[in-house]
Design a protein. Structure first.
Length: 193
C-alpha cells in the first residue's frame, strides 16, 4: 500500500473536515467539533503506529509493522488538519487572546508539532541516512514516547473531567503503551536460546 495510504488519509481526512464544516458550520462550536474529530483521527493513526511492533510480537499481526512509516506519515497528515483547526480557532478568538488563554498547552502543542515535523522529515531513506542511525533512533523513540504521553495525558484528563466518549479515547491512548509494556515483559521472560 505504501504512499497510497498517505494519499488516502489526506483525502479522507479532508472529506471528513469538509463534512464537519457542512454539518456544524465554521463558527466556534463548529471549529471545536472539527478539533475533536481531527484529534481523534490523529489518535487512531498514532496509536496504530505506536502499537505496530507489539501487535506483531504479541499477536503476529504484521500489516501495521510493514506499513509503520506510512502510518506515521498519515498520522502527521491528519495532525496537520488538526493544526489548521487550531489556527481557525485562533483566528476566531484573535491570536493574542488565544495565546493568552492557552498558555502551556500551546507551548506543549507547538513542541509536539516540531517533533512531528522532524520525524516526518527523517522518514525518508536519504534524510534518515544523513541523520545517522543513532540520532534517528533517539529522535523517533523520544518523539513517539513524548507524543504518546501527550495523548495519554490529554485523553485521560478529558475522560476524568467529561466522561462519555472520552473514556473510549482514553482507552485507545492507553492501549498502545500497554501493548508495548506487555511485549517488553514477554521478551524479558523469553528463555535464552
Amino acid at each position: 500500500m505504501g504512499w497510497r495510504l498517505v494519499y488516502i488519509t489526506a483525502v479522507g481526512v479532508a472529506l471528513v473536515c469538509l463534512a464537519s464544516y457542512a454539518i456544524h458550520g465554521a463558527d466556534e462550536a463548529g471549529v471545536h467539533h472539527l478539533l475533536r474529530v481531527t484529534a481523534r483521527l490523529s489518535l487512531g493513526l498514532f496509536s496504530l503506529t505506536f502499537a505496530a511492533s507489539p501487535l506483531h510480537q504479541l499477536f503476529g499481526v504484521s500489516w501495521p509493522l510493514a506499513h509503520r512509516r506510512y502510518l506515521g506519515v498519515s498520522f502527521a497528515v491528519a495532525h496537520g488538519y488538526h493544526l489548521m483547526a487550531i489556527v481557525a480557532l485562533a483566528k476566531l478568538h484573535g491570536a493574542g487572546d488565544f495565546a493568552r488563554t492557552q498558555g502551556a498547552t500551546l507551548w506543549a502543542g507547538a513542541f509536539g508539532y516540531l517533533l512531528v515535523a522532524a520525524m516526518v522529515a527523517t522518514s525518508f531513506d536519504g534524510s534518515a541516512a544523513w541523520l545517522g542511525r543513532r540520532r534517528w533512533k533517539i529522535l523517533h523513540a523520544g518523539g513517539v514516547y513524548g507524543l504518546g504521553a501527550f495523548f495519554v495525558f490529554t485523553y485521560v484528563v478529558a475522560a476524568v473531567e467529561r466522561g462519555g466518549a472520552y473514556v473510549f479515547f482514553a482507552a485507545v491512548a492507553l492501549a498502545a503503551p500497554a501493548l508495548r509494556v506487555a511485549a517488553w515483559i514477554r521478551s524479558r521472560r523469553a528463555p535464552a536460546r
